[in-house]
Design a protein around this ligand. Structure first.
Ligand code: NAP
Length: 246
């Protein structure tokens, strides 16, 4: 059950984050829809949640800025008194073969995917610790487990989430809060649409279930991890990848 849980989802204006926010809202959560650039899309997510069982607010904030994350935390405290669940979902790709990858391509991805996870977790850590159902959920990728051609920067960030999750699980355990990670398979969002059709076909051919995931394939597991029922599960990396890693 996620009813009345206050759930912050970073990067919830589009793609997987949008799907997670809508699903949590439909199940009665109070959802904070974080976005960076896509204000209109974020407002549409909020409107859809408010028209369903949930309640939502949109908060602009760049995960690369600790100051923005602290300000978002303060806004949520003012509205709800605290936060129960933080979903670190915001992420980007800058794909290039390593031989062509510049230091700037590397830094941009590290700063958003890992720096963003640090900043949001740092800002919300105390709120999650004091919540009776405190949950940290990190959105990683099968690419962090297998590697992927042209994604040395991205794969590094997605593997980095595993060590962070396992460590935060240890450090949150004293306050009975949990940290888990979902290693998602290739999912039909703007991020995947940027990949060449030919490369997409090759990837699809390797997926045992024979298709890319839809956003809806990813939301149930996140809702379970956010729920009161998942309280004895922590430090886990859960693969939802159509059998790709298997
Ligand atoms: P997407 O469709 O490109 O959406 C990215 C989201 O992240 C947008 O809402 C964007 O918000 C937000 N974002 C980007 N930079 C941000 C920043 N600096 N601050 C705040 N928000 C920021 O990507 P997606 O496919 O949904 O991916 C979401 C997560 O799932 C990522 O962590 C990704 O690594 C992971 N994942 C994706 C796949 C896949 O195949 N799609 C597979 C495994 C894991 P604005 O537009 O408002 O800036």
């Amino acid at each position: 059950m996620v009813e009345r849980q206050v759930c912050v989802v970073t990067g919830a204006s589009r793609g997987i984050g949008r799907g997670i926010a809508l699903d949590l809202g439909r199940h009665g959560a109070s959802v904070v829809v974080n976005y960076n650039e896509s204000e209109e899309e974020a407002q549409e997510v909020v409107d859809e949640i408010n028209a369903s069982k949930g309640q939502a607010m949109a908060v602009q904030g760049d995960v690369r800025s600790l100051e923005d994350m602290v300000q978002m935390r303060d806004e949520v405290r003012e509205e709800h008194g605290g936060t129960d669940v933080i979903v670190n979902n915001a992420g980007i790709t800058v794909d290039k073969k390593f031989v062509n990858m510049t230091r700037d391509d590397w830094d941009r991805v590290i700063e958003t995917n890992l720096g963003g996870m640090f900043n949001a977790t740092k800002a919300f850590f105390n709120d999650i610790s004091v919540s009776t159902n405190g949950r940290l959920i990190n959105i990683s990728s099968v690419v962090g487990q297998r590697g992927n051609y042209g994604q040395a920067n991205y794969a590094t960030t997605k593997s980095g989430m595993f060590g962070f999750t396992r460590t935060l699980a240890l450090e949150l355990a004293a306050s009975n809060s949990t940290a888990n990670c979902v290693a998602m398979g290739f999912t039909r969002t703007d991020m995947l649409r940027k990949v060449d059709e030919e490369v997409q076909d090759k990837i699809r051919g390797r997926i045992p279930l024979g298709r890319f995931a839809e956003v809806d394939d990813m939301t149930g597991i996140v809702r379970f991890l956010a729920s009161r029922e998942s309280g004895y599960m922590t430090g886990q990396i859960i693969g939802v990848d159509g059998g790709l890693r298997g």
